[in-house]
Design a protein around this ligand. Sequence first.
Ligand code: NAD
Length: 478
Amino acid sequence: MSGARPEIQVRNPRSGEADYTLVPADRSAVDDACTGLRGNQGAWASAGLEHRISVLRAFAKSLEENRESLVEALVLDTGRRAISIVEVDIIAPAIERWVKIAKELEEDPVGRSSALPFIAYTITKRPYGLVGIISPWNFPLTLSIMDALPALLAGCAVIIKPSEVTPRFAAPLRRVIADTPGLGGVFTVIDGDGETGTALVDSVDVICFTGSVPTGRAVGEQAARNFIPAFLELGGKDPAIVLDSADVERAATALLRGSILNAGQACQSIERIYVAKAIYEDFLARLIEKAQAVTLNWPDIGEGHLGPIIFERQAAVLVKQIDDARAKGAVVHTGGEIEEHGGFWLRPTVITGLTNDMKIMQEETFGPLLPVIPFDSVDDAVAMANDSLYGLSACVFAGTEEEAIAVGRRIEAGGISINDAALTALVYEAEKSAFKLSGMGASRMGRSGYMRFFRKQSFMVNTAEVFPIDQFDEGKAE
Ligand code: NAD
């Protein structure tokens, strides 16, 4: 079992001190857990959708009963409170959303072959056996659970491996699972780091990975060697385009929120802002004013808008991007300096005087930076927005929906918010694919987010005569 590997000391993002010890599961512990789950999955799948729905609703009830301990653990993991509460409270409605989708898709399609109408077919759904989920640290609970719910409803067993940066919520989550009758045999959470994740990819039938591009690439390569599907949800460098017809006040309000929510530690954060020259000065003045009004949730976690930088190493990334821009002549209007209070905080940092090839415009930031570049023509704006290795999501602001959507169609990204920012985090029904290095595989949202956990098995029934081999005799071909 686990314990053979060295313990990991986990840093608290508010105090900066190590106050938690993680014992990463080794390969044999992962294998044992997976063997147990596989042994129970067949009965889970054959128990039927109604049974699985009732167990997941009991899970929602158990979450409600354990809400405080889960929230407290998430607060220690992330240093922010309001979003931790949201992370817990969105699970019950999410279960109902997936239940609705699962019911809509329950019936197996039947039909007849168009080439051979005497052959009827039924297309059945066969759930994969065991789904592995590897999650990052920025929304530790949300990004662990969101793929688990549809997979469990589909009839799969599920094992989650959270990030070693934010592992405290795993124990209360295990309690919630243990308190849910009928769930523990097919759903588990295992502690660990990258090595544990590597072992997991060797032990499951599907891997759902959310994290960085380099790790996603390693996971994708390993999954390919194992011939298992890998759904990769990776990094982003989301652009915003604000056209001269846009409501400037609305754009500034939405873009500030879309850039700094969760201290910018969100894959769908707006990380580049392109503004039409005609409204640039007005937009910039409003953005700076709004950014200056933002407060930190320090020293009191019960107040303020911005939590700490959760992962210590991320602070260095932010400093590198700001310093690089400054050295090349950029102007920092707000924020710009990491504030150390044990942990690290950064106020919204509005920066101008940039060119699109700078690090701050090209590399993922994952922090509250708002770099703004004015543009002359829509073609220039679209070209700059598409000049990126990433293609997760984007947003466009314009005077009319039609104008915004017409520009949005030219952007190489999966989720385009119109006259608002980062809506992909709030809208769960809208399917979207990641473009470029931002990911791979079917959408985790909407119906495909459920259907991707099934293999299809078709039954083809011929009630007429069978073809004799003579029908394929070379001598009879005309
Ligand atoms: P990361 O890639 O460093 O780690 C993610 C997870 O992978 C962790 O649980 C880690 O332990 C595990 N891991 C590390 N090495 C592994 C290996 N070789 N095999 C298997 N697992 C391994 O990412 P992070 O720093 O935790 O998260 C931040 C990144 O996540 C950012 O790039 C962000 O954009 C991305 N992200 C994407 C989405 C999305 O939906 N597209 C959502 C949130 C975060």
